[in-house]
Design a protein around this ligand. Structure first.
Ligand code: ATP
Length: 142
């Protein structure tokens, strides 16, 4: 399924799910991978393809021809070991562009040191954005 505009999203928690569904809505083909059966069932028919698998296993990623995707997103956060392992495999398998979510600076630094091109901090970034909104709302009352 790896067409030009296709993305593999690994981990369909709140962040990965929202990202995958938004990409689908904008016409991108999305392969979603998650280890949890319930999560996979919940995304069935909502993504181009959904697979239940442990993405830390190299043979799993090879079978899914992950190297044929131009872009992949590691959307696993709390299990830092899994996040790092998956990022390392994606790099080894030469996925050209990798995005990964980091929970904190240390996690982010390791991902960057591995060679992940785009590290995002959703919780930190959202906190900053909301601070702007709150400040804006307070200014309305001045
Ligand atoms: P969020 O805040 O986005 O809900 P999170 O930061 O709590 O997520 P995790 O709970 O670590 O992140 O993982 C998000 C998703 O990734 C979960 O649905 C989980 O089942 C899946 N996941 C975790 N480890 C693996 C793995 N090795 N292979 C595939 N999926 C995994």
């Amino acid at each position: 399924m790896a067409e030009a505009d296709s993305v593999a999203v690994i981990g369909l928690g709140r962040f990965g799910s929202s990202l995958a569904l938004e990409l689908m809505a904008s016409g991108t083909e999305v392969l979603g991978i998650d280890a949890n059966e319930e999560v996979v069932q919940d995304h069935n028919a909502r993504l181009t393809q959904v697979v239940r698998a442990d993405a830390t296993k190299e043979e799993v990623l090879r079978q899914l021809a992950i190297d044929e995707f131009d872009r992949a997103v590691v959307a696993i956060g709390h299990d830092i070991k899994a996040s790092i392992l998956v990022a390392s495999l994606l790099l080894q398998l030469k996925v050209p562009v990798i995005w990964a979510k980091a929970l904190d600076e240390q996690h982010g630094r390791i991902l960057e040191q591995l060679g992940v091109q785009h590290v995002v901090y959703p919780e930190k970034d959202m906190g900053r954005r909301v601070a702007h909104l709150v400040r804006g709302a307070a200014a309305d009352y001045l």
